[in-house]
Ligand binder design. Structure first.
Ligand SMILES: *Cc1c(COP(=O)(O)O)cnc(C)c1O
Length: 482
């Protein structure tokens, strides 16, 4: 809920910033969009920016930076070693997280690579609340096994559970009993759980997990990439923390973890990442891999300017008015859609709104990729680029058989501080129109299917000529409107 009440009683999220640099956008005519989505093989990753109106593909590396961040970039102390900019970042990390040792890396997955190389041994287990694509890949590459213990509630499309990202601690204890603590490389908790819709965990749950780790002497690793959103949810949804400051909540979280890592493409609104360690032992184990793969210890593959901007970005993340903008905008979208009957994941999480494509297009079987079809259709009718998070994002098994996703979702990411309310209303409006005309949307089939990561480069076409029919209906309803 917005902290500012309106006389009208309407619940409008209010931006606590003003826009001082803008980037021009075009909404190209629908015939051009039809050509563009065909050229892209119905894959929104292959669209070109010039054809896109609202880019809701991801929040990664595309959050708006502040004037203070841009100003800080101009005073960056560029040097290979011993940069003052790095010292400022290191001090800020200690101030915010209370951890003494820091390692910079070029982005989040680099942190995952280093942590996994150091702690995962062949045949070891890494229990987590839920996997993220890169975090799982690095555990597996190093011979480890990922065990996911998201609570049952986490995988429900619709729920009123405020903390769908919580870990099932009973399942965790059972694993420890079964295989023994020595076989567990570390326990990983992901904040603002990305792949289940940016859903938060509670601080109480984090404490339970941390206590189990302590009791058994298991290392506890925290993926803080989506911390900003989760902090907002702890403050607004967890009774015990409503009067605590964001800084106090952050510190309480951090005190429960042994290693904290993050993608600064999300946390801090720059491009980079880092690993915060509590002990010198952990730091020394990982340090040499930073110099081997990332860069010298005072930049770790990041540009010094981004380091300077990250210091400011992390500080800004401690401001409630900064971190509530994303979740409030997403909540607005989710509530508008949900209240008008559009199938969408509830409650609203961070990161973006997630349309339930399986229910939205219940007439399209999973073999014809409903989430991919919905992504293509939304681009067609609104120039809006979302990301397919369904079976196209999965991979065939070793025998070449499809493995279908648990959920067919279309993710509409809301990069922080980037879009305005009227743009979001436009998105809601076009999605509602599409829902009213959903019977016109048909399925997709692959015409080019790469073996690895097919969702990035694969090309598909309609199983019928549904694109043309959808365009005709759009023109009949909207006339010469874009
Ligand atoms: C994005 C993300 C990562 C990986 O970070 P990159 O900077 O994209 O490499 C890891 N974990 C979570 C939860 C993420 O959202």
């Amino acid at each position: 809920m917005s902290k500012v009440k309106f006389y009208s009683g309407e619940n409008v999220p209010l931006e606590m910033h003003k826009v001082r640099i803008v980037q021009k956008l075009d909404l190209v005519p629908i015939d051009r969009r039809l050509q563009a989505i065909k050229d892209a093989g119905n894959n929104t990753f292959l669209l070109r920016n010039r054809d896109i109106f609202l880019d809701m593909l991801t929040d990664s590396g595309v959050n708006a930076m502040s004037d203070q961040q841009l100003a800080a970039m101009m005073v960056a102390d560029d040097s290979y070693a011993g940069s003052e900019s790095y010292t400022r970042l290191e001090e800020k990390i200690t101030e915010i997280f209370g951890t003494e040792y820091f390692l910079p890396v070029h982005q989040g997955r680099a942190a995952e690579s280093i942590i996994s190389k150091v702690y995962v041994t062949p045949g070891s287990y890494v229990p987590m609340n839920y996997h993220f694509t890169t975090s799982k890949a690095h555990v597996v590459v190093n011979g480890g096994m990922v065990e996911e213990y998201i609570t049952e509630e986490g995988l429900k499309f619709n729920s009123d559970n405020p903390f769908k990202g919580n870990m099932d601690t009973v399942a965790l204890e059972n694993l420890i009993k079964k295989v023994g603590a020595a076989k567990i490389a570390f326990v990983r908790m992901e904040t603002g759980t990305n792949l289940i819709g940016g859903q938060p965990h509670s601080l109480a749950n984090l404490r339970d997990v941390s206590n189990i780790c302590k009791k058994h002497g298991i290392k506890f690793v925290f993926d803080a990439s989506l911390l900003a959103d989760n902090l907002h949810f702890i403050k607004t949804r967890e009774e015990a923390y409503k009067n605590k400051s964001i800084r106090e909540i952050t510190r309480e979280i951090s005190d429960l973890c042994d290693i904290i890592y993050f993608s600064a493409r999300k946390l801090g609104c720059v491009r980079g990442g880092g690993i915060c360690c509590r002990t010198k032992d952990d730091y020394m184990k990982m340090r040499e891999l930073v110099t081997l793969y990332e860069g010298f210890l005072t930049y770790g593959g990041m540009s010094i300017r981004e380091i300077e901007a990250l210091t400011v970005g992390l500080d800004e993340t401690m401001d409630e008015n900064m971190i509530n903008q994303g979740p409030q905008f997403i909540e607005f979208m989710v509530n508008e859609l949900h209240n008008s009957g559009v199938p969408v994941i509830t409650p609203a999480g961070g990161l973006g709104a997630h349309l339930n494509a399986g229910a939205f297009l219940s007439h399209i079987p999973q073999t014809q990729y409903p989430a991919g079809a919905l992504a293509a259709a939304l681009y067609l009718v609104g120039g809006i680029r979302g990301m397919e998070r369904g079976s196209i994002s999965e991979q065939r098994d070793n025998e070449g058989k499809e493995t279908y996703a648990n959920m067919e979702l279309l993710r509409l990411a809301a990069p922080r501080r980037v879009f305005t309310m009227s743009q979001l209303k436009f998105v809601v409006d076009r999605v509602q129109w599409l829902y009213a005309n959903r019977e016109l949307i048909g399925g997709l089939k692959f015409v080019e299917e790469p073996k690895m990561l097919r969702f990035f480069f694969g090309k598909l076409e309609g199983t019928s000529d549904w694109h043309t029919k959808l365009v005709a209906k759009f023109k009949a309803d909207f006339g010469d409107s874009l």
